[in-house]
Design a protein around this ligand. Structure first.
Ligand code: ATP
Ligand code: MG
Length: 112
């Protein structure tokens, strides 16, 4: 099993949900997060003064999926998220040792 974490622009959520609409993607987690990438702060004007905003609101989407599905999901996510502008976000991929579906006690992929 593999966990794919996508840090995305908030307005991309619906497109990402469509990209993840696959029978093996049985669940997902969405979190409101703030962060920065390479550009760090960008200046904003608020009430006539210029401020540095060092973190920008993003959404973090997490899915745990069977590992053979990962290349396909990454390709779908990249396609739906790339605008070519700075701040398109990041995908992180990590192995998952175990999953437990608490209600049934199922383990591993059966638990997804
Ligand atoms: N190395 C990292 N570690 C953890 N989170 C990161 C990392 N890089 C980016 N992020 C998260 O992803 C969000 C979007 O990053 P962003 O797309 O701006 O990356 P970037 O490297 O600056 O690329 P770009 O030049 O396209 O903007 C950040 O706000 C932050 O939450
Ligand atoms: Mg950036």
């Amino acid at each position: 099993m593999t966990r794919i974490e996508a840090i995305i622009r908030p307005w991309k959520l619906e497109e990402v949900k469509q990209a993840l609409d696959h029978p093996w993607v049985t669940g997902l987690t969405v979190s409101e997060v703030k962060g920065h990438g390479r550009q760090r702060g960008h200046p904003v004007i608020f009430r006539g003064s210029e401020y540095e905003v060092d973190v920008v609101p993003k959404l973090k989407i997490e899915v745990v999926v069977p590992t053979p599905l990962v290349p396909r999901i990454l390709a779908d996510l990249e396609r739906s998220l790339r605008t070519g502008q700075i701040g398109d976000g990041k995908l992180f991929v990590t192995p998952v040792d175990e999953a437990i579906r608490i209600r049934t006690g199922e383990r591993g992929e059966e638990a997804l």
